[in-house]
Design a protein around this ligand. Sequence first.
Ligand code: HBI
Length: 356
Amino acid sequence: MRIICLSTPVGPLGSGLGGGVELTLRTLVRGLSTLGHTVTVVAPVDSHVAPTTTIERVGGALHVPSQTLDRSTPPVVPDDSVLVNMWRRVTEMSRSGNFDIVLNFAYDALPFVASRECPIPVAHLVSMGSLSDEMDRAVAMAVDRSSRCVAMHSHAQARSFGREIAGRVTVVASGIDLSAYDYVEAPDTSLAFVARISREKGVRDAFAVATLTGRVVNAFGVMEDRSVWDDAAREFPNATVEYRGFLTTDVLQRELGRSAALIMVHYWVEAFGNVAIEALACGVPVITYDRGGPAEIVHHGRTGFVVPPDDVSAVAGAVDRLGTIQRRDCRSDVEDRYSEQAFAGRVAAWLAAVGR
Ligand code: HBI
């Protein structure tokens, strides 16, 4: 198929502002191309992609990330919105007759509500759980028009939009390029926390776990909300949590691989949790709250532990049981279920169904 990938309007690809979507989009572009599809990316200016990727860079004002607003505040479409400009470009390309389908990665209402004006089918890969009334309505509108056109990354994410929606969307678990992750057999005692530094990712609980276990927690990710970090450091003065910055995948996986475990202590319904499969790919077990996508990735007792949500002492208890996990099982589980090829195959099958 000849696919147009519409990127997120919250930041250029490669800036980190697009969060997990940046890795997902890069992985899919490569995986779908390997399967013989042709992919063209439409993304904001300053987006960096592989030199082999065909990309249309579009100017305009970035959008406010939805998760920073409360659910009843409809996100404002900025003047000269980059999403409006990108959508205009996508529609022009769709009219050229050179493309078969649009794959939308933007978590914004426009592509969902305007897809009926597009001459070719629009498939939406929803990257977060239910966050705003406006997006819930937009997703419902797209599902009503054609339930096959919406996919999500986990059953928990789909359920966050309500039972009706959950029963009508396609679940396509994500995946990563495993050749970019090196397996580490012998770790140190540190724990890893990998996420945008923000309230919803549970920074506070990472400090609590560092205090309860007495272990160093290395925190990796873009410093999105400094006040969250400072509040946690004040509340847990004895916690040893090192901020290690936002690293490229290659450097991150080298650091991550040395960890005894990755802790996922998120407050929101993490849609999938790419960082969970990145850690497992390096042989690092994952200890996660029983909330969202990560709880569907981790095999409790075999590739990590799934503990009651918001129960930091249960996380600490799981840390003490890490010796029972075979790190090799973590790597082989990802090879079975979450490779780039498996992910691209799942998405290609979904797109073929949407295009019919
Ligand atoms: N917010 N409005 C908006 N649009 C997006 O595409 C978007 C977002 N917030 C976060 C985000 N995308 C990605 O970081 C997550 O989907 C992973």
